[in-house]
Design a protein around this ligand. Structure first.
Ligand code: 13P
Ligand code: SF4
Length: 354
């Protein structure tokens, strides 16, 4: 069936030629990408290194991890996998705290990242010297920090947690009557506080991606999709969390998409998650929660700028050069100190699963 647009194009040789050229460029680009993917996959398998990827990186990188025996997961499972997999070399596709965590938990392994420039606004928002001053001012408090921090901040902590385990750990510490320092994400801190009733002093930092999810245009979206469930990562503002059908880590949100009966979901987290979420719920519709529109800022626009620095071409370059510039190196004394609260987290998780 031809449309008016087809009829118009048929009368315009210049437009037709332009479209043919654009189509041919796109085809050749996707052929090059497919060829690069196969090249990188062969090199990765031959190298024996294991690729550990977060849900927020490019879908091609997630697929590469899936097809080479690596892992795609939330930050807790990334930490667990890196420490338990026998591979001597890990390539972590994510942000720097994820690479550092892998190195701290497996000091004997070589840990690389496609780029060491990939940081996190929470990590940047919690400089170690200022954080140490904060802890010094409250010596009677147990220090609980989010995994999204530097090794130097973790080294000062009693506990490290990720969003998938934070509520459980804080609940257990509160039951023991402990008062807590929490850093750095204030939204996650408030959420934990609300869920557990914990007495917590909160550091004041936020994630540049999740902070942009606001109620403003949510009402309009929900009236367009009245059956849609709302899935919210707990780094988001309280107003979003309060309206959510499920709140949790990236893995927990994917589980919720499968568990809840809704035919569609509005998803308030980085849109990189859609690749894996859609695999698990192929027949459900996934919709990005609004970051633009009335009152929206849309600077990160639901995609972490640091996660986006992980590119297939970067992994290709890494596999060719294994440059020291891409290798995670941590001061051994710092790593030893940071290992304690991280190990505590993994032991807590293991005790839950037992
Ligand atoms: P998860 O632990 O849920 O994967 O979160 C990591 C993160 O950086 C979210 O922004
Ligand atoms: Fe950090 Fe936010 Fe990016 Fe997660 S999405 S890595 S919290 S900046």
């Amino acid at each position: 069936m031809t449309t008016e647009l087809d009829d118009y194009i048929a009368t315009r040789a210049d437009v037709r030629a332009y479209l043919d050229r654009a189509l041919s460029d796109a085809e050749s680009h996707s052929q090059q990408e497919a060829a690069l993917f196969e090249t990188v996959k062969d090199k990765l398998i031959q190298s024996g290194a294991r690729l550990v990827a977060h849900y927020y990186v490019d879908s091609e990188i997630q697929r590469l991890a899936e097809e080479t025996g690596g892992l795609v997961s939330d930050s807790l499972e990334m930490a667990r996998f890196g420490a338990s997999d026998p591979a001597e070399t890990l390539i972590v596709a994510g942000v720097s705290f994820m690479g550092e965590t892998a190195k701290i938990l497996s000091p004997e392994k070589r840990v690389y990242m496609p780029t060491l420039e990939a940081t996190c606004s929470l990590d940047l928002g919690c400089p170690a010297d200022k954080f140490h001053e904060f802890c010094d001012a409250h010596p009677d408090h147990t220090v609980v920090v989010y995994a999204n921090t530097s090794a130097a901040v973790k080294a000062r902590a009693d506990w490290v947690v990720t969003s998938s385990i934070a509520v459980d750990v804080v609940e257990s510490l509160t039951a023991q009557g402990q008062s807590l320092i929490w850093a750095p994400d204030r939204y996650l801190g408030r959420y934990i506080q609300k869920r557990t009733g914990a007495e917590m002093l909160l550091w004041d930092s936020a994630c540049v991606v999740h902070e942009e999810f606001r109620l403003n245009d949510l009402d309009a979206l929900q009236s367009m999709y009245p059956d849609a469930g709302l899935l919210v990562h707990p780094e988001s503002p309280e107003e979003m969390i309060d309206r959510a059908d499920a709140v949790g880590s990236t893995s927990q949100l994917i589980d919720a998409a499968e568990r809840l009966p809704n035919p569609s979901f509005i998803v308030a987290t980085d849109r990189g998650i859609f690749y894996k979420m859609q695999q698990r719920v192929p027949s459900k519709r996934l919709i990005e929660a609004p970051t633009r529109g009335a009152g929206g800022t849309c600077q990160s626009c639901a995609h972490c700028p640091w996660m986006a620095m992980n590119r297939l071409s970067g992994i290709n370059h890494l596999l060719d050069h294994w440059s020291q510039k891409s290798e995670i190196v941590i001061d051994p004394a710092l790593a030893e100190a940071a290992m304690k609260p991280l190990t505590r987290m993994l032991e807590f998780k293991a005790s839950q699963s037992a």
